[in-house]
Each structure stands twice: as structure tokens, then as C-alpha cells.
Design a binder for this molecule. Structure first.
Ligand code: SF4
Length: 224
């Protein structure tokens, strides 16, 4: 485990709502612009906890929204699934959004969700599609993009013009039916430039996604 804390969701369709963040250790990628390098080796986990302990700590905050993140929260496979199911079993937890990096196939997890009314109601996937500037695009799984449903989100973090063009190509080829988010890398893609590009390209289905916690707190702050 890395951390469990309460804050407001910083991005996506639930941005601004009070949310408990559960950050798991380990990641199978090493993105150039990663802002959580403390969540994978050579850093060390902050603490160990059983699934029951994680759920208990997350539930104690009392909020409806839980963000399961990392690192890569689905890298623990069956344990990740058990954690999601245990969180969903808590009555007052209504929305569990799983921020996954696009290099773990979500289809097995989506299939399990489909089988359970409780999971269908409470669980959403936020898939991050890594573009060339991340250095990890060759790890992206395309086959699961069409498994995303209307309540899921597909996020593109865009650092430059090449990233933007490839994001547009991916949308055009796979036609995902979920919410599509374009998020700027603040250092190299000013938000106003990204807005201009979205408008110029006529991308009706794309939603600009800004990380509000970088506005509220120091962009390098942890646990917020
Ligand atoms: S997938 Fe996420 S946690 Fe892993 S290196 Fe990339 S940005 Fe960092």
C-alpha cells in the first residue's frame, strides 16, 4: 500500500466530489511524466494491509466515492478484484472508479462486473491511454477499448501535437462509447492550446479534463 486518504476528486466526471483515494503499490509502466513515482520500485510500499483493513480504513471516512488508483491498481489481478468486490459490499460506498493505465486488459474485470448487479451499479473504469510522449504507448491494449461502457472513461494525457493527433486517430478507429477525456500535460501543452485544438478538430465527443488539485494545492503535493 502507498496511501489511503480523503480529498476531492481532482479530475474526470466526478471531479470536485469528496472522495477516498486508495493508492496501491506497483506499476508495470514508467511514464516520462509520472507524478506518482513513489508508488513503484525503487520506492518502497509505505505499509502493508489486508483487504479487510484497506476496506475498513476507506469506509471509515464515510464518503460515497472511492478512487482506486496506483501505481496500477489492477496489477494485483485476483486480489484487485477481491478488493473491488469488498469495497462494493460497503453500503454507503456508491461509486468505485478504478484508474488503470491501459496496459492491463480490463476485459476480465469488465466481464466480472457484468455478472453482478452490485458491481454494475458501483464500479467504473477510467482507462488511461498512454501516448508517445509518455514513452509507453507500445504497451497499450486496444482490444479492451470497445469493452468500455457509457459510464466508463477513456483518458488521453496530451503533451504535444503528435499526442493529440494519435489520440484523435485512436478515437476514430475504435469509436469508444464511454466518456472521452483530453487532459493537458501542463508543462508542454497549455490548456488554452488544447482547447483550441479540440475546437479546430471539431471533436464533439471530447471533454477537456483539468486536474483541479493542481490548482488548489501545490502541483507536487502528496496526499491531496
Ligand atoms: S501508469 Fe501511472 S503510476 Fe504508472 S508510471 Fe505511468 S503515470 Fe506513473
Amino acid at each position: 500500500m502507498v496511501e489511503i486518504f480523503e480529498t476531492v476528486e481532482g479530475e474526470g466526471t466526478r471531479a470536485g466530489y469528496p472522495t477516498v483515494f486508495v493508492r496501491l503499490f506497483h506499476c508495470n509502466l514508467r511514464c516520462t511524466w509520472c507524478d506518482t513515482p513513489y508508488s513503484y520500485a525503487p520506492a518502497q510500499p509505505e505499509f502493508e494491509a489486508t483487504i479487510g483493513e484497506i476496506v475498513s480504513r476507506a469506509a471509515d471516512f464515510g464518503w460515497e466515492n472511492v478512487c482506486l488508483t496506483g501505481g496500477e491498481p489492477l496489477i494485483h489481478r485476483h486480489k484487485s478484484q477481491l478488493l473491488v468486490e469488498a469495497l462494493a459490499a460497503v453500503d454507503h460506498i456508491q461509486d468505485i472508479h478504478i484508474e488503470t493505465n491501459g496496459a492491463i486488459d480490463v476485459r476480465p474485470f469488465a466481464a466480472l462486473r457484468d455478472k453482478s448487479e452490485l458491481l454494475r451499479r458501483k464500479v467504473r473504469f477510467i482507462v488511461d491511454y498512454k501516448l508517445p510522449a509518455s514513452g509507453e504507448m507500445d504497451k497499450m491494449i486496444h482490444e479492451h477499448l470497445t469493452a468500455l461502457q457509457s459510464r466508463d472513461e477513456l483518458k488521453f494525457v496530451i503533451a504535444n501535437d503528435e499526442d493529440f493527433d494519435i489520440a484523435v486517430d485512436v478515437i476514430s478507429e475504435y469509436e469508444p462509447t464511454c466518456t472521452i477525456l483530453f487532459s493537458p500535460v501542463w508543462e508542454t501543452m497549455p490548456p488554452e492550446r488544447l482547447v483550441e485544438k479540440i475546437l479546430q478538430a471539431g471533436l464533439k465527443q471530447v471533454k477537456l479534463n483539468l486536474q483541479i488539485h493542481k490548482v488548489i494545492w501545490d502541483p507536487a503535493a502528496r496526499g491531496v
